[in-house]
Unconditional design. Structure first.
Lengths: 210, 210
DNA sequence: ATCTGTGAAGCACTTCACAGCG
DNA sequence: CGCTGTGAAGTGCTTCACAGAT
């Protein structure tokens, strides 16, 4: 069965909410309640889950722990993923310092930059390598995900290199609409784009009453 | 006429590409070529633009400068937008230091934090204020957009405060599915969510041939 | 000859509504 | 009796295909 891409995008959201419920000590949750927490309709949650199996109990709901484990397994969150960062400027440094990846099983195992000033620098527990050596380094050991934090001008080049080395998932912080071959997945993190679509509504909407 | 939300989300993409073309000195572009650059079908570009007017010339295409100006006006990119940042931890500092907002007309005019250690610190050209004073500060002068970079636990609270003060657009970096009333627009920047949906494909797809 | 603008057709996703099970 | 799982209906978005403008 072909699973709609939007469904895949929502699963991590469900997993996160279930993790919270689990920490709160909740044993069971209904699609109704989960939906209320996430701003999603109960029918949508049930339909989404139904693509993967039958995890609920009629009349009761879902066992939090059980559903969480299932989702983790479906998404592959039950293992460690190895990432490389390309671009160690301001943004790249912030990404290296971000504490949110590791607890979720995402580890940055190498960082690359083009500037001679940055190459060789110690950043946390790794040393910045020359981007020239990207392809040889990637052929050494397995890397699952590439994070691109270089300027727009060189981003497509870097992405091409990553793809050439067999990287099939890319998180792109550069403000470009990168082209990747079929089979490679790329997600854009682009706050400016987000802001620019919100201003459309700001121009128009009736100001909220004071 | 009611404009599909996805269309609004694509317009900034078009504007960005047109800006690049303009800098390259291009006068005219077809939906075909613009689409090729962005990975969007030409028909989609034409349909999207048709919601707002008739900007092209048959047999020729679109005048780059003209269409760019139109899109800027539609999106409200022809003015300055005032933003406040809430949360000046690691992430908040990175956001304050990000040079990508200002050139696009987005200016952070105030920063707030809850920690006594951070309040009062000079960050660039502004002094971090106490989040306690958020509501009074916002009632002083106009703020268009709130940027939330606080921990998950306090994010909903902060968002409620912003909304209460009349902020109708929020950029949320906290890993929660925040609830906002109708009429308030919120966009999530959540790299972990992006990674977690990509791993689904990594688990399954056939590895690229060497 | 080329490329837009757009109804109409097609496709994808969401919601409904209810049978069936605990 | 509550809540899941799911076909069917409904909605919204994308693509087609072509008339019309230059």
């Amino acid at each position: 069965m072909e699973i709609p891409p939007v469904v895949i995008d929502r699963l991590p959201l469900y997993a996160r909410a279930l993790d919270m419920l689990d920490r709160e000590g909740r044993q069971v949750v209904s699609s109704q309640e989960l939906g209320a927490r996430l701003g999603v309709t109960p029918a949508q949650i049930r339909k989404d889950l139904s693509y993967f199996g039958r995890f609920g109990k009629q009349g009761r709901g879902y066992t939090v722990r059980r559903l969480l484990d299932e989702l983790r397994q479906i998404l592959g969150l039950d293992r460690q993923w190895r990432m490389v960062l390309v671009g160690v400027g301001r943004l790249g440094r912030a990404i290296l310092g971000y504490e949110g990846f590791a607890p979720q099983g995402f580890r940055i195992v190498d960082a690359f930059d083009a500037s001679p000033k940055t190459v060789g620098q110690q950043m946390g527990n790794l040393v910045v390598k020359d981007v020239e050596d990207l392809e040889s380094a990637l052929s050494q050991d397995r890397v699952d995900i590439g994070i691109v934090a270089v300027p727009a001008e060189t981003a497509q080049q870097v992405i091409d290199s990553l793809v050439k080395c067999g990287v099939r998932s890319i998180l792109n912080y550069a403000p470009i609409a990168a082209q990747v071959p079929r089979g490679v997945h790329i997600k854009r993190i682009d706050p400016v784009l987000a802001l620019q679509s919100m201003t459309y509504h700001l121009k128009r909407d009736v100001p909220a009453a004071k």
